[in-house]
Design a protein around this ligand. Structure first.
Ligand SMILES: [Mg+2]
Length: 361
C-alpha cells in the first residue's frame, strides 16, 4: 500500500485563557501543523504541535515536513521502520515533525486494516483514561478557583504549574489542597525552574499537603541535580524536558536518576519511539505515563490509544487540554466526568470537523 499523497495544514486553536502562563512562556493559542497521508483512497492523520522547547516552532515545522515529503511519497505505508530510519538520516532532531508522520502512517495502517489504532500498539488494556488537567500559573486563590471549577466537572487529577519561587509555589499547593480536599490528586510541574536545593526545600514542604508527583524540577541537562532531588524528597520525581529522546530516557533509567518519565509522542518522535521508551522504563523499574499533548483532539486521540495499550501506565494522563481551546479542526474525542474514553472506531478515532486548510503544492 504505497503512499500516494502527502499534505500538510496549519492548525491554530485559541485558548479560553489568553494569559496562560507556565515557567517557560505565556501563550494565547495552541498552534501546530497537521499531516495527511493517503493511499488506496484512505487518509491517515497526524499532528505536530509547535512547542519551541521541544525544538520546533510553528514557522519551522512546515519546512521540516516539506523536506520529509519526498521521502514519504511512494513509500509502503506498512514499512514504518524503514521510513523512520530514512527521516532520521535526512535530518537529526525534528521529532515533532517525525511524530506527525509516524502517527499519520499508523492511523492509515489502522484504517486499512479496519481496526482501532490501539490494536496495532498491543491492544486495548483499558477503555478509559483518567485525565490530569494543568493549572496555569496565577495567584494561589485564582488557581484554587480554577481547580475547584474543574473538580466540579469531575476531574480528580491536577498539575500545578510553578515557577521556582519557594514561598509562592508552596502557597499555590496549599491553597489548592485546602480548596479541593483529600479526594484530589495533586502534582506540580516546575518546567526546569528550580535550583536543586530550592527544589528539595520546596517539595519537602509541599509534601505536607499531599503531592503525588513532581515534574522536571531542575534544568534538563542537570542530571546530578535531578538525581539529588530524587534522592532527597518523599515524592515521585518525573523527568519531562530532560527525557526528550529515547536515548536520554535510557540514560535516566539506567542511572536511576528519576522515579518516573513523562512520555510525549511529539517529543519522542512518534508512537514507535514512545513504546520503546516505555519498555526501557519498565525494564529499569521506572514509572512512566502519557504527559501533556497540548493541541487538537487529533494529537490526543493518538495519545489516548497509546495510554490504553501501555501496561505500566497506572496514573492519570494529560490528554484533555483540548477542552480549554476552541476551533479544533478534528472531532470525536471528549472528556466526560474527568475521563476520556478510548475511541472504538477505526484508526485513531477522530475525523476532520470540516474542510481542512490543506496547503497547495
Ligand atoms: Mg512538563
Amino acid at each position: 500500500m504505497n503512499i500516494s499523497e502527502f499534505a500538510i495544514f496549519p492548525v491554530e486553536m485559541p485558548l479560553d485563557d489568553k494569559d496562560w502562563t507556565f515557567a517557560l512562556a505565556t501563550v494565547s493559542s495552541a498552534r501546530g501543523w497537521g499531516v495527511r497521508v493517503s493511499a488506496d483512497g484512505l487518509h491517515g492523520y497526524g499532528y505536530a504541535p509547535a512547542v519551541p522547547h521541544m525544538g520546533s516552532t510553528f514557522e519551522g515545522l512546515p519546512i521540516e515536513l516539506t523536506r520529509f515529503k519526498p521521502i514519504v511519497l511512494g513509500r509502503d505505508a506498512f514499512g514504518v521502520e524503514d521510513l523512520l530510519a530514512r527521516l532520521d538520516r535526512s535530518l537529526s532532531g525534528a521529532n515533532q515533525a517525525k511524530a506527525a508522520i509516524d502517527c499519520a502512517i499508523h492511523d492509515l495502517q489502522a484504517r486499512a486494516l479496519n481496526q482501532p489504532l490501539c490494536n496495532l500498539l498491543g491492544g486495548r488494556l483499558r477503555t478509559k483514561i483518567p485525565v490530569l488537567r494543568i493549572l496555569a500559573i496565577k495567584t494561589p486563590e485564582e488557581m484554587a478557583n480554577k481547580a475547584a471549577e474543574l473538580f466540579d466537572e469531575g476531574y480528580r487529577y491536577f498539575k500545578i504549574k510553578v515557577h521556582g519561587d519557594v514561598e509562592d509555589d508552596v502557597a499555590r499547593v496549599r491553597a489548592i489542597r485546602q480548596r479541593l480536599g483529600a479526594q484530589a490528586h495533586l502534582t506540580i510541574d516546575a518546567n526546569q525552574s528550580y535550583w536543586p536545593k530550592d527544589a528539595i526545600y520546596a517539595i519537602n514542604r509541599m509534601a505536607e499537603f499531599g503531592l503525588d508527583l513532581v515534574e522536571q524540577p531542575v534544568p534538563r541537562h542537570d542530571l546530578k541535580g535531578l538525581e539529588l532531588v530524587t534522592r532527597s524528597v518523599p515524592v515521585t520525581v518525573e523527568a519531562d524536558e530532560g527525557a526528550g529522546t529515547v536515548e536520554e530516557i535510557a540514560t535516566l533509567v539506567s542511572n536511576r536518576i528519576v522515579d518516573a518519565v513523562s512520555l510525549k509522542i511529539p517529543k519522542l518522535g512518534g508512537l514507535r519511539n514512545a513504546i520503546a521508551a516505555a519498555r526501557i522504563c519498565e525494564s529499569g523499574g521506572v514509572k512512566c505515563r502519557v504527559g501533556a499533548h497540548v493541541g487538537t483532539r487529533l494529537l490526543n486521540a493518538h495519545a489516548v490509544h497509546l495510554a490504553s495499550a501501555l501496561p505500566q501506565v497506572d496514573y492519570a494522563c494529560e490528554v484533555g487540554e483540548f477542552a480549554r481551546m476552541s476551533g479544533d479542526p478534528f472531532t470525536g474525542l471528549e472528556v466526560k466526568g474527568g475521563h476520556v474514553a478510548v475511541p472504538e472506531g477505526v484508526g485513531c478515532g477522530v475525523a476532520p470537523a470540516g474542510d481542512l486548510p490543506v496547503l497547495a503544492d
